[in-house]
Design a protein around this ligand. Structure first.
Ligand SMILES: C[S@@+](CC[C@H](N)C(=O)[O-])C[C@H]1O[C@@H](n2cnc3c(N)ncnc32)[C@H](O)[C@@H]1O
Length: 314
């Protein structure tokens, strides 16, 4: 079964062409589209549905021209000769991914984290004498999501942070956005949901740009990793909390299942998974427990059963 991929407003505007407009997009044949779709799917888990055809023509045309290819079949031949290695796969992934994000996206999920999940994890860490709290933001785009968590933790949990160290890892398959995330420099429009208090405390204005302060940047590390690459995902270690928001929506059921199973494996028992507010794990076989928060839902990996005390004579 194929999951229908939502077309965002951003994509609809980009794909729109008035009937009499002159545009130089290179047309993709059905055959080349199917080949490119399978290639992208194999390397990323992203499934390009038919309605992405015009968008792809528009986005890919200048890349083809830059490389000197007059049609998609020549480009595909070149791509396959590279056998999934190097720069061209990165460029293709940069083109086909939708990287829309913002600071403080989905306030109800963030409230659930701030009011319930973070206090619960800190308490557990303290009582287990565990001094490391690890968070993973999968498909974090240009970093706004992990940096938002780092700001909330720094602002609201400064006392706890003296006892427990927080480490946040942001991953994305797109090389371009990982580079931007590292830089930590943002334009005014991406700060639309940032409260004045946070803006003044954590950003420094430099001309038209807002630079995120070092205190926040040093808590977050970024890696270019594909969510469907199980061994790379496992090499990131174990986490107490995973956010995988607005990423699975671009996957087919099969890659979605694979990704969710991997996320389950790299979560500590009792750890939480949050997906985008319009997403769910519906239709995927999994062992998570469904958790309700105020106007938000999450998934929790069952905690380890209490160790049975030894009976006399055992
Ligand atoms: C719409 S953005 C969501 C950003 C952020 N999580 C949020 O909710 O604001 C989706 C991101 O997922 C990334 N992505 C897509 N497929 C991926 C994969 N297989 N592995 C890692 N990242 C992926 C894209 O590059 C993109 O930056």
């Amino acid at each position: 079964m194929t999951t229908q991929i939502e077309t965002t407003v951003e994509e609809q505007v980009e794909a729109y062409q008035p009937e009499n407009s002159i545009h130089s997009a290179i047309t993709i044949t059905d055959e080349s589209f199917a080949e490119l779709r399978d290639y992208v799917y194999h390397h990323s888990g992203i499934y390009l549905t038919e309605n992405k055809k015009r968008l792809l023509e528009k986005r890919m045309s200048s890349r083809l021209s830059t490389l000197g290819f007059g049609d998609f079949s020549a480009y595909l031949k070149h791509l396959k000769q590279l056998s999934g290695q190097g720069k061209e796969l990165n460029s293709l992934i940069d083109i086909v991914t939708v990287n829309e994000t913002s600071f403080f996206r989905n306030e109800f999920q963030l409230k659930a984290l701030e009011n319930v999940v973070f206090p619960e994890i800190f308490e557990k860490k303290t009582s287990n004498n565990d001094q490391l709290f690890r968070i993973l933001c999968v498909g974090c785009s240009s970093g706004e999501e992990p940096y938002t968590l780092a700001m909330i933790l720094n602002h609201r949990f400064s006392e706890k942070l003296k006892e427990v160290k927080v480490e946040i890892i942001g991953t994305d398959i797109s090389q371009q956005v990982v580079k931007r995330a590292y830089e930590g420099i943002y334009k005014e429009f991406s700060l639309k949901n940032v409260e004045r208090e946070y803006l003044q405390k954590y950003f420094t204005r430099r001309g038209d740009n807002f630079v995120l302060n070092q205190d926040i940047r040093r808590v977050v590390h970024f890696r270019q990793v594909s969510t469907i690459d199980e061994s790379q995902m496992k090499s990131l270690g174990m986490f107490d909390l995973i956010l995988c928001r607005n990423v699975l929506i671009y996957f087919k059921q099969e890659s979605k299942t694979k990704a969710v199973n991997t996320l389950y494996q790299i979560l500590n028992p009792g750890g939480y998974l949050f997906v985008g507010h319009s997403e769910s794990l519906y239709g995927i076989e999994h062992e998570f427990r469904f958790v309700h928060f105020v106007k938000a839902i999450g998934y929790q990996k069952p905690d380890l059963p209490e160790r049975k005390s030894h009976r006399e004579g055992d």
